[in-house]
Design a protein around this ligand. Structure first.
Ligand code: SDX
Length: 431
């Protein structure tokens, strides 16, 4: 069928019809260009942006019905199988997979920027020891604009590239140190002889009293987890980074805003919530009552790790996370891990339940990631911090795409006003 190129709004009063163009992307649904609608004195209403494209982007594509996810056109399955996180980071930032020289140079640059300004170590000490690592990350990453003035000219492409590299390199150090501070252990400095995932494991699990060798299977699994979480179109935290960045705010503050948004249990905080839910379920015999609770509208309980705004089919990342989960548990001799068994059975039952089928609720990326990370020795309160660590490259790529877009404007949504109409002021003595 021929694709429409315009739509005409007609009104049931004497308002003149309004013609609006329809735009097509390279993939995915067409969009109605309503940029000039406001000039006619009428706006669209779409809380939560259920049907609204907030920008054009060439970075990531999702097909929710088919369960497809592409980074710069490459299917996530191919990238997760054949690349490491450095290659995928280069791809997201620069738009092409690196050749050997480009990969070597990129990796060396990232490696050389993993240290943070030593004065930043004092910032951690301002927090209580039991502060959630995500609270520490929001604060410390947000403070980085006070330490890295030299490359803050966001209108300069080289400066933007340096900002992205610094963020990709330093967020793992801040994340790992948030954990070390939580544990009351000394900070472990990055080591240039480790790859990205090994370095993070070193900063998390090593201590100054003994040598540490990362388990290569677990490092590879962590690297794959980072690839799967790297970017995801205009999700809540990415949209937060874009909106914050649209005012010209410094990118460290924008990424800190993204971290804050990701922390929510409806978003990146779900991986932590999934594990708490699985521990609460405890045994396969309890699954039924939790499924019923998830279906009960009077109960606020939701099946964490299930459902998605875009995927109305299984999240392709969940499939790969399940496989990674199985590999890691086998490697660690935890093949009969009770939580994994509960998760697998919960998935099976939910996918056969009419409620979940009718609402097209499938496992998302957060459903299995927590089990893998827990098996690797990562504490639950660090799950979302690792999600933030991975998503930093996506946030940086999306921020850079927006800032370098000549059409970029400050984000300023309108509203449907439902408050009081004009009222006469009443002085205090008469109230
Ligand atoms: C991430 O956007 C992204 O791309 C995010 C992300 C990324 O990589 O950036 O993919 C990462 O955030 C994954 C999602 C992690 N969150 C969770 O697992 C939390 C549990 N899921 C739900 O909170 C929910 O599914 C959302 C928030 C993920 C999506 O919510 P929507 O799109 O706003 O859908 P909705 O809340 O309107 O739900 C539609 C219906 C409702 O029932 P009705 O009102 O139509 O009767 O489905 C029900 C909901 O009650 N529903 C659930 C459910 N999720 C939705 N019922 C039980 N359990 C659930 N998990």
């Amino acid at each position: 069928m021929k694709k429409p190129t315009k739509v005409t709004l007609t009104f049931d009063n004497d308002l003149a019809p309004i013609e609006l163009p329809i735009l097509s992307g390279k993939l995915g649904p067409d969009v109605i260009d309503i940029r000039n609608l406001g000039k006619h004195g009428i706006f669209t209403y779409d809380p939560g942006f259920l049907s609204t494209a907030s920008c054009s982007s060439a970075i990531t594509f999702i097909d929710g019905d088919e369960g497809l996810l592409y980074y710069r056109g490459y299917p996530i399955e191919q990238l997760a199988q054949h690349c490491d996180f450095m290659e995928v980071s280069y791809l997201l930032i620069h738009g092409e997979l690196p050749n050997s020289d480009q990969k070597k140079s990129f990796t060396e640059t990232i490696t050389k920027h993993t240290m943070v300004h030593d004065q930043m170590t004092n910032l951690f000490r301002g927090f209580r020891r039991d502060a959630h690592p995500m609270a520490v990350m929001v604060g410390v990453i947000g403070s980085m604009s006070a330490f890295y003035h030299d490359a803050m000219d966001i209108r300069d492409s080289d400066s933007r590239e340096m900002l992205a590299y610094r963020l990709i390199a330093k967020v793992p150090t801040v994340a790992a140190w948030s954990y070390k501070y939580n544990m009351g252990q000394p900070f472990m400095y990055p080591r240039n002889n480790f790859n990205y995932a090994e370095n993070f494991m070193h900063m998390m699990f090593a201590n100054p009293c003994e040598d540490y060798t990362p388990n290569p299977i677990l490092a590879k699994a962590l690297d794959r987890i980072l690839i799967l979480h790297a970017d995801h179109e205009q999700n809540a935290s990415t949209s937060t980074v874009r909106l914050a960045g649209s005012s010209g705010a410094n990118p460290f503050a924008c990424i800190a805003a993204g971290i804050a948004s990701l922390w929510g249990p409806a978003h990146g905080g779900a991986n932590e919530a999934v594990l708490k839910m699985l521990e609460e379920i405890g045994d396969i015999s309890n699954i039924g009552k939790f499924i019923e609770r998830a279906k009960d509208k009077s109960d606020s309980f939701r099946l964490m790790g299930f459902g998605h705004r875009v995927y109305k089919n299984i999240d392709p990342r969940a499939t790969m996370m399940r496989q990674t989960c199985h590999e890691v548990l086998e490697e660690l001799g935890l093949g009969d891990d009770p939580l994994f068994k509960v998760a697998m059975e919960l998935e099976r039952i939910a996918l056969e339940d009419e409620y979940f089928i009718s609402k097209r609720l499938y496992p998302n990326v957060d459903f299995y990631s927590g089990i893998v990370l827990r098996a690797m020795g990562v504490p639950t309160n660090m799950f979302t911090a690792i999600f933030a660590l991975a998503r930093t490259v996506g946030w940086a790529a999306q921020w850079n795409e927006m800032i370098s877009d000549p059409e970029a404007k400050i984000g300023r949504p309108r509203q449907l006003y439902t408050g009081e109409i004009r009222r006469a002021f009443v002085t205090l003595d008469k109230r």
